[in-house]
Design a protein around this ligand. Structure first.
Ligand code: F6R
Length: 623
């Protein structure tokens, strides 16, 4: 994971812009951070490095002396440790000790031990435990041999195995003998975006880091090496051949990435969900035809009729959305769906039915396992489709058909609104597939889409002070619980998994999501008197089965917290959080909201860092 930024300006100072970019990228990793800056005005004329373990605020304290405030070029990094513990020494940027170059890296250098031995034998002195530092010394060695920065980076990257997004800054002497900073970046795997205005050349791991300057960006592809200068982006491949990449205009703005008055991004993102529904769905609904219109190719009748099976690949919360999608697509469109953890799919020998499509689901569009699974399926001949939130991301670029979720930037590490958007997109896909394949009539299509429209006021009605307070009071009552079960069946089984995941990741409490009908096959042994058991149940084909499961849990002394629209479950439960009624197929979208709020308030009461939970990072671009 990790976030990288870089800037080289014609005449202005860049430190504030780099720090702003790092603030936007902190979601990618936040155990340490640093910058390397060049200010031609400083007496010693060297690259200045400041690094600090901990959050960005620690680095800001170090920079408060203003010494680097006028620097015109720099690179920065926010880290999620892979090699070497979080420490000042392991924080990036790294340097070869010459004072003339520095490098930041997101990714993993797999052959670093062998390169480290070679470079040490050659006289290099290593100062960190990171894999990254070998790249620094490789580039430094090439620079010392007289190569330009671009050639030095190219030659060094030829030596490494692994994956990376890097930014390297080095000083080169101009014809006047004065040192000037050059900035080169490259990508093989993790995301990298570049931009140039007449004043400044920029790079970052995510468009969010560049929005302060511009919304016209270029997405760097694998194998690209980019030289940046004010007003100039020069992209070449490993052989030095020029490569053309389009400039894309992104519609996110800085406001969308702010907290908008909420104490945490996660809470803001939970509150945004009714609008996310409108943005993801409403413009795509064809009311008269009872159908859905997806922009771009990939979802026309002929293609969808040719698909006999769908393989969903995704990770974490996105996989839970895919599991809900399985119920929707199988029931509404009659197409078989398999779901797999992308990390498992990519390393087994998947036997894939002919005429299948692979559906990758990803908020970021950069998750390493999801991308690898999608590429494997594509190599085996499956049409690549995706549901993704980030325009221009790798998943989007490698898909034949994309449903963009339009949830806006999701900054909270715990995914909320992106999940809701992924479920909505799956629902739309199920309707489109059902209509294209003749499984749904015009009337049925209209009814399903009407239901979706009617969901917005219900979602709004759910995220009110009254419900939030009810959820909060129940969540804080169970602060001493040793563990939680989350149970559901049918389309609400993945919702139970998601509720448990949310609680685990932000409050660090053990929580297990389970198919309610499976409890009796083992896990019921864990139930002790008073143990909180969150049961999700809404009217539908399995509602009475879930009620029986509630009885079984109660008979063993479990403390049942019932969530959903099933009144009879509430009557059986010790505590309840009612949600508005909806069709069975849309009930996950309502039921997940109290679960998100439950995790939020439980974590808040435990004093956890909501938006930056320990050990996690938002975009998992390493294996
Ligand atoms: C959990 C969470 C993760 C992500 C997973 C996939 O709250 O955010 O489980 O869902 O890492 O990420 P994307 O969707 O970016 O591929």
């Amino acid at each position: 994971m990790c976030g990288i930024v870089g800037a080289v300006s014609r005449s202005g100072a860049v430190l504030e812009g780099l720090l702003d970019g790092l603030r936007k990228l902190e979601y990618r990793g936040y155990d340490s951070c640093g910058v390397a800056m060049f200010d031609p005005g400083l007496a010693n004329g060297a690259v200045q490095i400041r690094r600090k373990v901990g959050r960005l605020t620690e680095l800001e304290k170090l920079l408060a002396d203003g010494a680097l405030g006028a620097a015109r070029a720099g690179i920065g990094h926010t880290r999620w440790a892979t090699h070497g513990k979080p420490s000042d020494e392991n924080a990036h940027p790294h340097t070869d000790g010459s004072g003339r170059m520095a490098l930041v890296h997101n990714g993993i250098i797999e052959n670093y031990l062998e390169l480290r031995a070679e470079l040490t034998a050659d006289g290099a002195v290593f100062r960190s435990e990171t894999d990254t530092e070998v790249l620094t010394h490789l580039v430094g060695r090439e620079l010392a041999r007289g190569k330009s920065l671009l050639d030095a980076v190219r030659a060094s990257l030829r030596r490494v195995q692994g994956y990376y997004a890097i930014a390297v800054m080095a000083l080169e002497n101009g014809p006047d003998g004065k040192a000037a900073a050059r900035l080169v970046c490259a990508r093989q795997g993790p995301p990298l975006v570049v931009a140039a205005t007449p004043e400044i050349g920029l790079c970052g791991s995510d468009v969010l880091a560049l929005l302060k300057y511009t919304r016209d960006v270029v997405f760097v592809e694998d194998g690209d090496i980019v030289e940046l200068a004010p007003g100039r982006i020069a992209i070449t491949d490993f052989d030095g051949k020029a490569v053309a990449r389009p400039v894309r205009h992104v519609d996110w703005d800085e406001e969308a990435a702010s907290k908008g008055g909420f104490p945490h991004h996660m809470l803001k993102e939970i509150h945004e969900q009714p609008d996310v529904l409108a943005r993801t769905a409403f413009d795509r609904i064809l009311q008269v035809e009872g159908d859905v219109d997806f922009e771009g190719a990939g979802f026309d009748d002929a293609r969808l009729r040719a698909i006999e099976r769908i393989q969903v690949v995704a990770c974490g919360t996105a996989l839970h959305a895919g599991m809900i999608g399985k119920y929707l697509i199988e029931n509404l469109a009659g197409v078989a769906v398999d779901c797999d953890f992308a990390s498992e799919f990519r390393y087994r020998e998947p036997v894939l039915a002919p005429r299948s499509a692979v559906l990758a689901i990803s908020q970021s569009g950069e998750t390493a396992d999801t991308l690898a699974a999608m590429r494997l399926a594509r190599e085996r001949g499956l049409a690549p489709l995706s549901i993704c939130n980030v325009q221009g991301s790798t998943v989007v670029r490698e898909s034949e058909g994309v449903i963009l979720t339009h949830a806006g930037p999701e900054i909270g590490v715990a995914s909320t609104k992106a999940f809701v958007a992924q479920v909505i997109a799956s629902y739309l896909l199920a309707v489109r597939l059902g209509r294209a394949r003749g499984k749904l009539s015009v009337e049925q299509g209209r009814e399903l889409l009407d239901e979706l429209r009617r969901l917005r006021p219900r979602l709004e009605g759910l995220i009110t002070e009254k419900t939030v307070e009810r959820v909060r009071s129940i969540a804080v009552k169970h602060l001493k619980a040793k563990g939680f079960f989350f149970l559901g069946r049918g389309v609400n089984f993945p919702v139970a998994l998601e509720g448990a995941l949310k609680l685990k990741e932000i409050s660090y409490v053990h929580a297990e999501g389970y198919a309610a009908g499976e409890m009796k096959h083992g896990p019921i042994a864990l139930i002790e008197p008073g143990m909180p058991i969150v049961v999700i149940n809404s009217p539908g084909r399995v509602a009475d089965k879930v009620r029986s499961n509630i009885e079984q849990v109660k008979a063993r002394g479990g403390h049942v917290i019932s969530i959903g629209a099933d009144e009879q479950s509430h009557a059986l439960a010790d505590e309840s959080i009612p949600v508005p009624a909806s069709s069975e197929w849309l009930s996950p979208l309502l039921n997940v909201v109290p679960l998100q709020l439950f995790a939020y308030h439980h974590a808040l009461a435990r004093g956890c860092d909501i938006d930056k939970p320990r050990n996690l990072a938002k975009s998992v671009t390493v294996e």
